[in-house]
Design a protein around this ligand. Structure first.
Ligand code: HEM
Ligand code: HEM
Length: 229
């Protein structure tokens, strides 16, 4: 077990690198859909490579947790805070595994290769149009759900730092993190979250508001013609 009630350096590094990767991948995932031609395919390759990298990183993280243990939930947490933090952490781990696997499955069932920074990886499944569409829906749903949960997670972290004034944020950053440090981390979190959050709001909320059924059909047809990666 982890006796010290703080995350160790490796856990902290993996947490912050994964956080940036996830938010970047959600942004690129939606952004690449709006690109054309060679630029679009290049962005798909970048998305897939970093997505596979995240899958590797989450495997290392789970192994590392199993070997080194994790700090216990703070005893000062109320019952609902304990439950909410456990559920959200579990969901985030699940999504960090299911998102890359469903993405990989989109490519395989669409008959497209997945390369990890140029190295061709084996297909997960056979080409299959029905499954391809199911995995596309699943991938998009998981990304939006994860973004929502991460939003709550970030709000929770800053509530604990600025309102409850406990060590939640300190143990994932530095013991000496005070008010100014907290504000800097808050600004960095906003800068990292806004591109992905803004894109999802634009795509999901605003585009759906004015898209009538005809537009949707047109969009889906185009999607299948050029995006089957
Ligand atoms: C960018 C702003 C973020 C902030 C400020 C933040 C903050 C924190 C803090 C303070 C903890 C420690 C909680 C505790 O003591 O129990 C934590 C844990 C965790 N965070 Fe984040 N986080 C951020 C982004 C993310 C993202 C994008 C993910 C990815 C899905 C994520 C996944 C997790 C997970 C899974 C844990 C639990 C760690 C474990 O027990 O293994 N976080 N985060
Ligand atoms: C945690 C990792 C990942 C995240 C957060 C993520 C996120 C996203 C998002 C938000 C989209 C846009 C969804 C839409 O427009 O409907 C997307 C699309 C896509 N992703 Fe990922 N992705 C991840 C990993 C992967 C991996 C590892 C692969 C492949 C190896 C992949 C392949 C794809 C493909 C092919 C699309 C386009 C789907 C379509 O045209 O509808 N993704 N991803």
């Amino acid at each position: 077990m982890n006796e010290n009630n703080s995350y160790n350096l490796i856990s902290k590094i993996i947490h912050w690198v994964s956080a940036l990767l996830i938010l970047g991948l959600i942004f690129i995932g939606f952004y690449m859909d709006d690109l054309e031609g060679a630029q679009k395919y290049k962005m798909y390759d970048i998305h897939k490579s970093f997505g596979v990298l995240l899958l590797g990183l989450v495997c290392v993280r789970i192994l590392w947790n199993a070997i080194k243990g994790k700090p216990k939930t703070l005893i000062s947490y109320k019952k609902w805070e304990k439950i909410l933090s456990h559920i959200s952490h579990m969901f985030m781990y699940l999504a960090m595994i299911a998102l890359p696997l469903s993405g990989w499955a989109i490519s395989s069932t669409g008959g497209h290769a997945v390369k990890f920074f140029g190295i061709k990886l084996p297909a997960l499944l056979e080409k299959n149009k029905e499954l391809h569409e199911i995995f596309e829906e699943l991938h998009e749903f998981l990304a939006i759900a994860l973004l929502f949960v991460v939003g709550l997670h970030i709000l929770g972290a800053f509530k604990h730092h600025f309102i409850d004034k406990d060590i939640t944020l300190k143990r994932m950053t530095a013991k000496s993190l005070g008010l100014v440090g907290g504000i800097i981390v808050l600004l960095l979190a906003i800068v990292a979250y806004v591109p992905a959050g803004g894109y999802v709001a634009k795509e999901v909320v605003f585009d759906d508001l004015y898209d009538d059924d005809d537009h949707k059909d047109e969009h889906n047809e185009n999607k299948h013609e050029d995006d089957d990666h």
